[in-house]
Design a protein around this ligand. Sequence first.
Ligand code: BDP
Length: 726
Amino acid sequence: MIQPLKIKTNCLFIVFLLISNALFSMGNGYDLWLDYRKISDDALLRAYRDQVQAIHLGEGSETLRAIQKELNMGLGRLLDREVVFGHYGDKENMLVVSMLAHLPNELKGYIDGSKLNKEGYAIKSIRQEGRSYVLVTSNDELGLLYGTFHFLRLLQMHSPLDGLDIEESPKVDIRMLNHWDNLDRTVERGYSGFSIWNWHTLPDYIDQRYIDYARANASIGINGTALTNVNANGLILTPQYLEKVKALADVFRPYGIKVYLTARFSAPIEIGGLETADPLDPKVIQWWKDKVAEIYKHIPDFGGFLVKANSEGQPGPQNYGRTHLDGANLLADALAPFQGVVIWRAFVYSEHDPTDRAKQAYSEFVPDDGKYRDNVLIQVKNGAIDFQPREPFHPMFGAMPQTPLMMEFQITKEYLGFATHLVYLPKLFEEVLQSDSYSKGKGSYVAKVIDGSLDHKKLTGMAGVANIGTDANWTGHPFGQADWYGFGRLAWDPYLDSGTIANEWLRCTFTNDINFVEPVRKMMLESREAVVNYMTPLGLHHMFDTGHHYGPGPWVDNLSRPEWNPVYYHKADAQGIGFDRTSTGSNALAQYAPEVEKRFSNLDTCPEEYLLWFHHLPWDHQLRNGRTLWDGLGMKYQQGVDQVRTMIQTWEEMEPYVDEFRHHQVSQLLDIQLKEAKWWRDACMLYFQTYSKMDFPKEMEKPENTLEYYKSLQFPFAPGIRPTWN
Ligand code: BDP
């Protein structure tokens, strides 16, 4: 139990403020969107100081202590003065942060708790007998934590504190990051340094980063983290590592974050000494039961397992002639007594299955709808191929009304320029969430599948593959932080719009100056279309160079599995280009609801941004602007390059508003982005020209090098590559 207390001004506090301000002025970005800069507007500063003369903090446990620390630091910095904690009534105007059950009697009755779910909160301005209160309240401690962060954000964004009447409850249950972090600290598809989990010094050494990670996640509502790579290593389930996992779970708990682990399906053999991992074998069943019980002894609120099985060489139930259903239910039964869940990934495609890769996940999972245990979620990537710059929504969304489907987005930019390109991903996430699956008629948005409202799902979730590493600013590119931030906000509320999120992030991270916020927000919102244009326009996809996925490789045709080769996806030939997924081709379109199928099948109604995803078309096919497909491709590539030029220009003009350090960082990265955008344009157009035999459109700049040159490029140490293919 924690009691309200008064923190006296002391030297330590002043030293703390000085140090934290000094760190900020370095602008290295470590503080993310929580840097709590002093309010720059004097009148506003006075008004805030007047409102928060003291804080009444209700009773609670360790989460309350985290809230207290955050208020102390946040308000200390924002208001640039000592933070006073006291009791209701101590001062004329106060901030009251307390669960409903512990509110002072005078403040009871202002909020109807039945409108808030377990993690929800309300923020309300109250005037009472000449006194003024801002009330942050909730049913549960976690709601109070989220409400506190929201309150601090209001100040960070210079919002007025009178007339507040906010009620917020998360729309999705499990809002989690998936770290593709290996135990040796390399990160698969990680572009911002090494894994932040220092397994070697755990459990005894608690890096401050673990705490700041928890704070940052809690501030955007993330409540789960899968610590390890989906290409899993069974060692994480051994006692030696579980002790380390426990240490992290203990750090995260006050911040409402549950820990999940990736379970390697063959772990019973590798670490359990069994001869098989057959999910129907009684010894295997018992092994998982015992293992789960052991984990819960260490971590009583363990979230559950995330599993990649029978995919890209990972072991799974099919190795024993069993199904994904058998595998998922085996683990679900072991976890059920402890309220744990199994998150089973639908990212599966087989080298022995000759059908279109885009169809395979649907074919494997949809027939078993309704047969999974209640604590199983199927985690589905946003599109049917693999985190491309643009993909139509996955046909599984809407097709499994009786099974919780969890969204998997990729926050790390494996296919969107690594941590080098400025591409604002919430725009992509929003596009997917707002796609209409038509599974229950018009308005069956993917967001409704994810928040469960479409089919009254009891369990819901959204996962994002993390872009976090040991870089000083966590995400490599300073704007990569916006992708982490935006993912969290959308997991909390999948109906938020990406422009609102960009506005919040920019104000909290850089400045509230509108001369900065508006142009940069515009730049962010346009950046996603730019990357689509200069990498994979008009529905092209997966043309990335082998293995590392850095740069273009549309010519690659020699990999062992057909669907690992870019030529499989673009199918360029003398006649034309594109993947026919209509009824004359792979018929993948049949997996969508009839309205969607019809719209995408028909060339007159198929949006041009998906054209070559669904159709193989002649080079001289006429686009809606009257130009040939060939010209249209060249123009799109050129447009992408030009958009990056505009971004550079915008950013140059922002110099007066940003610290020198970050301004320079972003400038350099944008220059690389321009270089690489041109590389994509030139390499792809030169290569496709060998088939089209047509001249480049007049709008397109001349390629800077020959096709042979682009083909000769090698990147043996490109970051993020899978270290072992196990
Ligand atoms: C692909 C990545 C690969 C991952 C795989 C997955 O290239 O490194 O292991 O997805 O999601 O995007 O399992």
